[in-house]
Design a protein around this ligand. Structure first.
Ligand code: N01
Length: 559
């Protein structure tokens, strides 16, 4: 590694020796940084920016060849954000906020990747990012009080602070289908879609998965393919995005009062400013009034689940919204049997991530689209020519896996994180993730997780939550520096109390009833635990601020 790459100090032949196998004496040179950040999406880039402000030498490792994280990897046709563009953006630079122009209400992948590149260029971040490099292990060396970080390039560095910014949905999940190796066509996971695209003209295409990704991709794949087979195991609730080109007047108005909008988002429940509805139960109004309220929210889907105060907790109220959405599906899909298959009945609405679409249900009215129910007749095997269910055989040229992610913990486990006493993170969390505030975990000093399990993260507008975490982490590091402290580590009792609280608020909702990736239910063998914090972005921020104001209450600080 060259000095110019680094802004850290190069040490020859000084491998640290006491931290387990991965840290054993190493004959290669290494660089010592103040901080290592893993991931160059919005989280990693903003963390780098803030640490540079503090004067810390920082290295960012990024598996991809470019910045953008989610928006670098998810290039599948139809990929688009589901938070409004004016709110799904970084707020730390008011100049950038004013300069940047979004072309649509809900940005497509290309715009977001372009924005990520703009952030990197505008703030000269690239020189501190090592692309095409995956962290293979990060081991805490108790003797030196430093993290030893190894990469798939065979090199290693050390750092005082180790910060994960690898996203919650970056570890792809391709189910272990029998026969997958025998398939003679092309297959792709949506999150590893080739940058140059895939020409599907004249092809028979099969897609497995009807979550947010599948629901966005299916209308686009149907436009290109000769025939599209959609293999659906579980129907999902999807609402129309009503996406449209950005209205210049709306943009101007919003930009004029950006700080007010941002503050409202920070204090909100899900990190997005949404219309306020009266605080009342869905059961407290007439059918007519309720339907009017639902109709009004249909045009602003983020609001639908906030129209009444008991949709997430009262099965009866929840069912009223669910049936409203099922009716919409029945109105859109011409074949009643297909409509019934597409109408979800096995989980309360909102307990799996609500999907947002552009002409999803209408796509099933096309002659070249076939919906295949793989719940009733599961996929038996992938064959050389396609796929066989227990009822039928399908020949396809291309298979698309929209089969999701090993969410939240997956990206962390893939980094091989080992804390004090040689304890792997995966071992510590074998019964489910245990964190204090979702940002730290006992036994892993000076390690911070941006949008980790136990924080609002995936239940919120990610840019709001990312900025809150990065600011909090940066302040914590500044506090250590100013007070000449060497390390910060969550205390076990504070962590236990936080985990109890995370579980208590989740258990008071209907969320725990669904077999969702929030619960780890999509990955065989993963513990069934509700991973994100559902207590609300605003409340969570307040709690984090209180902890900081009380000299990092619940953390052990050492000199
Ligand atoms: O993944 P998913 P995703 N046989 O896990 C099916 C974010 N996101 O990539 O439900 C057959 O939701 C599985 O079926 P089932 C967003 O947070 C955001 O779609 O397990 N089917 C399901 O249908 C989202 O929630 C945006 O029965 C199998 C699908 O694959 C998250 O990413 C866009 C199967 C996986 O759905 C993940 O969404 C896209 C098998 N063996 C994503 N295994 C926006 O911002 C899995 N499936 C708009």
């Amino acid at each position: 590694m060259s000095q110019s790459q680094a802004n850290g100090h190069v040490y020859e032949n000084q491998g640290t020796t006491n931290a387990q196998d991965a840290v054993e004496a190493d004959s290669t040179s290494h660089v010592e940084y103040d901080a290592v950040v893993v991931g160059a999406g919005f989280a990693g880039m903003y963390q780098l920016y803030r640490l540079r402000e503090l004067g810390l030498s920082t290295r960012v490792f990024e598996t991809g060849e470019g910045v953008g994280g989610t928006w670098y990897w998810n290039r599948y046709p139809g990929a688009r954000v589901d938070s409004p563009s004016m709110q799904y953006s970084l707020s730390f630079s008011s100049e950038m906020e004013q300069e940047w122009k979004w072309s649509e209400d809900y940005s497509p992948q290309a715009d977001l990747e372009g924005y990520a590149n703009h952030v990197a260029d505008r703030f000269n971040l690239r020189e501190h990012i090592q692309f095409g490099t995956s962290v293979t292990s990060a081991v805490y060396d108790e003797k030196s009080g430093r993290w030893i970080i190894r990469t798939d390039r065979g090199d290693w560095v050390s750092a005082k602070y180790f910060i994960t910014a690898a996203g919650c949905l970056s570890a792809t999940n391709v189910p272990n289908f029998k026969g997958i190796d025998t398939f003679e066509g092309q297959w792709y996971h949506t999150s590893r879609w080739p940058a140059e695209g895939v020409d599907l003209t004249g092809k028979r295409v099969g897609i497995i998965g009807t979550g947010s990704t599948g629901i966005q991709a299916i209308p686009k794949l149907a436009e290109q393919a000769d025939h599209l087979y959609v293999f659906q195991r579980t129907a999902n609730y999807s609402l129309p995005s009503n996406n449209k080109p950005m209205d210049p007047e709306f943009e101007r108005d919003w930009k004029e009062s950006y700080p007010v909008h941002r503050q409202r988002a920070r204090e909100s429940v899900v990190g997005v400013e949404v219309p306020a509805y009266p605080d009342r139960s869905a059961l407290s109004v007439s059918d007519e009034e309720r339907n009017e309220v639902f109709e009004s929210a249909w045009g602003n889907y983020i609001a639908l689940l906030s129209t009444f105060n008991d949709i997430a907790i009262n099965p009866e109220s929840n069912e009223l919204v669910a049936e409203f959405v099922r009716d919409k599906i029945r109105q859109k899909v011409k074949d009643p049997a297909v409509a019934e298959l597409l109408a979800p009945t096995d989980h309360p609405i909102g307990t799996k991530r609500i999907c947002i679409d552009t002409h999803y249900y209408e796509t099933y009215n096309r002659d070249n689209v076939t919906l295949v129910d793989v719940k009733t007749n599961p996929i038996e095997t992938i064959t050389p020519k396609g796929l066989r269910t227990t009822a039928d055989e399908f020949e396809v040229d291309v298979l698309v896996f929209a089969t999701g992610f090993d969410a939240m913990t997956g990206p962390l486990y893939r980094m091989g994180i080992v804390g004090k006493g040689g304890l792997p993170l995966q071992k510590k969390w074998e019964a489910g993730p245990r964190t204090y505030l979702g940002v730290s975990t006992a036994g892993f000093p000076n390690m911070f997780m941006i949008t980790g399990p136990g924080s609002p993260s995936v239940l919120s507008n990610m840019t709001t939550s990312i900025e809150q975490h990065v600011d909090w982490i940066t302040d914590a590091i500044k506090y250590l520096q100013e007070n000449e402290l060497e390390s910060v580590e969550a205390k076990v009792d504070a962590e236990d109390a936080w985990v109890d609280h995370v579980n208590e608020v989740a258990n008071a909702t209907l969320y725990v009833k669904a077999n969702s990736w929030y619960m780890g239910a999509n990955i065989p063998g993963k513990p069934r635990v509700f991973m994100p914090y559902i207590g609300g972005v605003g409340n969570y921020r307040q709690k984090c601020d209180e902890v900081a104001a009380n000299n990092y209450e619940g953390f052990a600080l050492s000199q």
